[in-house]
Structure formats: structure tokens, C-alpha cells
Design a protein around this ligand. Structure first.
Ligand code: AMP
Length: 398
């Protein structure tokens, strides 16, 4: 298989890979989890038997095993033509994907302050592929880059400006590849150019964020300095009163405990006391479990408030778009959320909503809706592959 593009997404204890051909058709994908633990394991999609990993395997061993398995299936030649890496934080340095070289690596390290849990593992992934495939062009594709077009009024917090100047304290935004894909797809579906397409993009997965995109560029977004701000998420609180930190510290909680509470124990999990999984919550609520119903209610109301807030950044709205595991699959969440927004003139077609969007274009709005409402499956890997192909430059298939 000539000229394949390998996409790598390293999490703290996981690694996802995907392989595309030059026409950006997905050929394969794989996953390694529990890296660093004795029961680390890896699988290739569509293959029953797991890929063998040594006990305690890290990112490098997992990558070795998964790429060997791809080579074993004849999908990957000796080396790929280009490699794309998801990198979480590009700070203000990166406004688009970058071809990796020593300067880019140093700049990604510099941003590690802003994403201490993510950038170092992303760098570990880059090191591993560099060792495995020396000389192959590699691109870093940043979660934050798409939001670098935010105007100053949208990215500054109302704290002393010195914090921004000295330490880069500002709103950065995340899920950029997904929001970018939403505007690409919306423009295609609506028959417009991207430069004239304005949407509100709601990415609702285990992490959730919403972005206002005006004339193809991001102008406001709900996540901030870190991915904790904004919507209710699986285990993250989203917005809370900043006074809560002080309140909890007076109650005796150390800052690490507060961090854990807000990042790992809150959101849908914290409210329901049961799970961060929306599908399970919907089932529990159906059986009368009140805390699960409350979690769903808070989730949808916060989302509706943010949809309203995003209107302030737009002068036209071509579509409200739902994506991510919840956005694509939960007709209940979409219906409950839009029920809060009748004042804006949103209506929903229950039949289309229940089938998660019309087959032709993902439509779920009612015939009398003021605005289009679409369900569009996200494809972050495809955006990373596309960016890697572009960054690696012409002629890589030769
Ligand atoms: P993601 O992080 O994009 O994979 O999304 C994960 C979230 O999507 C979890 O909360 C899942 O419960 C949720 N999800 C997936 N399928 C469904 C479904 N059919 N109904 C409700 N939530 C779903």
C-alpha cells in the first residue's frame, strides 16, 4: 500500500492510531489502553485477536506492536508517507498545523505548562514515531489552533492583564479539529463556501465544548485556559463560581483535591452519583432514578444557555450542529436542549431527530424552524490526516 498516512493520538495511558490512503479513505484503526500497567493491551479494529503487548508496555512498545500488526496485514508498507499527531496545546504559537522539526518540538515543550497532562505524552508519541520511522515527514495538529482566530474580547478573562502578559492566562479553546470538521461539513451540506458559513458547533462527547464559527472561523468557544471551563461534561464540572476554590480551601481541601473533584468526580458522574455515561443515565432516568434525571436536566440547560450565549458572536446562523457521542446519538439531549430555545425560533422534527438526522444531510429541524439544525458525525482523525498530508507537502506519494 503506497503513500499511507498514519494518524497518532496519544493520551496519558492510551494510544489510538488510524491509517489513511492518499485519497483519505480510512484503511484501519487501532487502540492501545492501560499503557504502563501490567495488563496493557492493544487491538486493531475488525480483528478478533488482540495485538500482543509486553507487560508494562508504554507508548513506544504499543506503537511498535500496532504498526507491525498493520504491516502484517499488508496495509502499511515499510514506512508511511506522512504521520499526523494530535497535540493538545499549541498556545499562541500555533495557528495551524506544523511540520515537525526541532523548533516546533521546542515550542510544543514550551506549551507544556498550559497542558501538563497532555503535551508531554503527545511529545512521547512523536519521539516514538521518529525512532520507528526516521525521515518520514510528521505534522503536529493542535486542538487549540482553530480557536486562535478568537477576538481579544472573547479570549481575555477580566483579571489583571498582567496574568495574560506574563503567563498566557487567556481562553484557548479545545476540540478544534472537530469544530473545524463541523464547519467543513456544514458548508458542504448547505452548498456554501466555508468562508461564508456561520454555525454553532456543539461537540458533546465525554468532553464537551461549543463554538461559534462566523464566516468559517472560530469567534467564541466554551472551553478556556484548560478544558475544564464551559459545558457540563462526563466527569468535568464545566463552569463553577471561581469563589468555590476559596470556599473549598477554607473547608480544608488542598488544590490537588479540588482539581480532582472538578475534573474527575464532577459533571454527569458527580450529579448522578452513578456514571459519566449518558446512555446509561438515560436508561436510569427512564427507570425513575432521579439523580440521573437531574444530571441530564443540568446538562441540557447549561448547553441551551451556551447556545444562546454563542448567538452574541454571530450576525447570521446557517446551522446549529450537534456532534460527538452524545450529540450524534442522543435524541433526548437534543430535544430537551432545543425545548429551552423556542424563543429563538428553533423547532425540531421528532421523527428526524429520533433517526439522528435525515440520511441526506443530517437535518433534524422542523419545517417551521427559524434555523437549520444538523447532526453530523465528527471525524477528527480525518482532519489530522488531511493536515498531515498538506503539511508534508506535495510529492509524498512519489
Ligand atoms: P465520545 O467521547 O464522543 O465517544 O462520547 C461518549 C459519550 O457519548 C458517552 O457519554 C456515551 O454514553 C454517549 N453516547 C454514545 N452513544 C449514545 C447513545 N446512543 N445515547 C446516549 N448517549 C450516547
Amino acid at each position: 500500500m503506497d503513500g499511507t498516512i498514519l494518524v497518532i493520538n496519544c493520551g496519558s495511558s492510551s494510544l489510538k492510531i488510524a491509517l489513511f490512503d492518499q485519497q483519505l479513505n480510512k484503511l484501519a484503526s487501532g487502540l492501545a489502553e492501560r499503557l504502563g500497567k501490567d495488563d496493557a493491551f492493544a487491538t486493531l479494529q475488525g480483528r478478533q485477536e488482540p495485538v500482543r503487548l509486553p507487560a508494562g508496555a508504554g507508548h513506544k512498545e504499543a506503537l511498535n506492536a500496532l504498526t507491525s500488526a498493520l504491516q502484517g496485514c499488508g496495509l502499511l508498507d515499510d514506512v508511511p508517507a506522512a504521520i499526523g499527531h494530535r497535540v493538545v496545546h499549541g498556545g499562541e504559537t500555533f495557528r495551524k498545523a506544523a511540520l515537525i522539526n526541532d523548533n516546533v518540538l521546542a515550542a510544543i515543550k514550551d506549551c507544556a505548562d498550559l497542558a501538563p497532562l497532555h503535551n508531554p505524552v503527545n511529545l512521547a508519541g512523536i519521539e516514538a514515531t521518529t525512532a520507528l520511522f526516521p525521515g518520514v515527514p510528521q505534522a503536529a495538529v493542535f486542538d487549540t489552533a482553530f480557536h486562535q482566530t478568537l477576538p481579544r474580547k472573547a479570549y481575555l478573562y477580566a483579571v489583571p492583564l498582567q496574568l495574560y502578559r506574563d503567563w498566557g492566562v487567556r481562553r484557548y479553546g479545545f476540540h478544534g479539529t472537530s469544530h473545524q470538521f463541523m464547519v467543513n461539513e456544514s458548508a458542504r451540506i448547505l452548498g456554501k463556501t466555508q468562508a461564508t458559513t456561520s454555525i454553532i458547533s456543539a461537540h458533546l462527547g465525554n468532553g464537551c465544548s461549543i463554538t461559534a464559527i462566523r464566516d468559517g472561523i472560530s469567534v467564541d468557544t466554551s472551553m478556556g485556559l484548560t478544558p475544564l471551563e464551559g459545558l457540563v461534561m462526563g466527569t468535568r464540572s464545566g463552569d463553577v463560581d471561581p469563589g468555590l476554590f476559596d470556599f473549598l480551601s477554607v473547608k480544608g481541601m488542598a488544590s490537588q483535591e479540588v482539581h480532582r473533584l472538578l475534573n474527575n468526580d464532577s459533571g454527569l458522574l458527580g450529579l448522578s452519583g452513578q456514571t459519566n455515561d449518558m446512555r446509561t443515565l438515560c436508561e436510569l432516568a427512564d427507570h425513575g432514578h432521579e439523580p440521573s434525571q437531574t444530571a441530564i436536566d443540568v446538562f441540557c440547560f447549561r448547553l441551551a444557555r451556551y447556545i444562546g450565549a454563542m448567538m452574541a458572536s454571530l450576525t447570521q446562523l446557517d446551522a446549529l450542529v450537534f456532534t460527538g457521542g452524545i450529540g450524534e446519538n442522543s435524541s433526548l439531549v437534543r430535544r430537551k436542549t432545543l425545548a429551552h430555545l423556542t424563543l429563538f425560533g428553533f423547532t425540531i422534527d421528532d421523527e428526524l431527530n429520533d433517526q439522528h438526522g435525515s440520511i441526506s444531510d443530517g437535518q433534524i429541524e422542523g419545517a417551521d424552524s427559524q434555523f437549520r439544525v444538523l447532526v453530523i458525525p465528527t471525524n477528527e482523525e480525518l482532519v489530522i490526516a488531511r493536515e498531515a498530508l498538506a503539511a508534508a507537502g506535495p510529492g509524498i506519494a512519489d
